[in-house]
Design a protein around this ligand. Structure first.
Ligand code: DGL
Length: 270
């Protein structure tokens, strides 16, 4: 039994896709969420910068005595910082859980990967898939416009701008007739309905944040690290930029106001 909080971080709002599922699976756990909104997006940055930012994000969560860290960011999961090797608490990224789910789901072994430029450049998803399905046919596609659209709240299913850009990104995947698409950046499941509408019901969409949440639950249960509290757990959200815009988009996505539970921090102090 362990009553310490679970720590979740992302460059911004995308990690809320993991948060939502962690909260649903483990309602009694306390959760500390950090969104590095002053430095989002990470996906266009160099691997060294991503690792440096991620190390600060991790140090911030550790300062809150978390019992496990969920790297709810595909870009960091594909560019893991060395600090993880010295960590005294367990962690999971989103990449491996998403890859395992995709390999289970595909029937044709034709898999699309939507992710940030830094993630696609790392080839980390491809390497992990080929470990499980060496003969898979993969279609990786960087989608640099999705994160700014999501961060700015262009997330409704009928949003004309997001639909137009998504159609462009999805064309090579549709042409290759993939039957499974990994939403390899945790921002993308925020627009999952819109993407699903464009690719049709026969294509399975893998939500990397959700898969990481499932993996977190299994790990904590297996290691006897779940809380023994019976009352609902608390959630606190920290961001490195203004709370207002984060809370506004979070409200649409989570369907509730998180304003009172959100605070600003200076990530450069970590
Ligand atoms: N949500 C993140 C990811 O999963 C980060 C996107 C970004 O900051 O570019 O990759």
């Amino acid at each position: 039994m362990d009553n310490r909080p679970i720590g979740i971080f992302d460059s911004g709002i995308g990690g809320l896709t993991a948060f939502k599922k962690v909260r649903q699976l483990m309602p009694n756990e306390n959760i500390i969420y950090f969104g590095d909104t002053s430095r989002v997006p990470y996906g266009g940055r160099s691997s060294d910068t991503i690792k440096q930012y991620a190390a600060q994000d991790i140090r911030f969560l550790l300062s809150h005595q978390v019992k496990m860290i969920v790297i709810a960011c595909g870009t960091v999961s594909a560019n893991l910082p060395p600090i993880l090797q010295q960590l005294s608490v367990p962690y999971t990224g989103v990449l491996q859980p998403a890859v395992e789910a995709a390999c289970r789901a595909t029937k044709t072994r034709r898999i699309g990967i939507l992710a940030t430029a830094a993630t696609i450049r790392s080839c980390a998803y491809e390497k992990a898939i080929f470990e499980i399905l060496p003969d898979a046919m993969l279609v990786p596609k960087a989608c640099p416009m999705f994160v700014p659209l999501v961060e700015n709240g262009y997330i409704q299913k009928d949003c004309t701008v997001t639909r137009m850009i998504a159609e462009e990104y999805l064309t090579p995947l549709k042409e290759a007739e993939v039957d499974t698409i990994i939403l390899g950046c945790t921002h993308y499941p925020v627009i999952k309905e819109l993407i699903g509408d464009l690719v049709g019901p026969d294509v399975t969409l893998i939500d990397s944040g959700k898969e990481a949440a499932r993996c977190t639950q299994s790990y904590l249960e297996e290691k006897g690290l779940r809380t023994h509290r019976t009352e609902p757990g608390a959630s606190h959200f920290f961001v490195s930029d203004t709370v207002d815009s984060f809370a506004a988009t979070a409200r649409i996505f989570l369907g509730r106001d998180i304003g009172r539970d959100a605070s600003h921090i200076d990530i450069n102090q970590y």
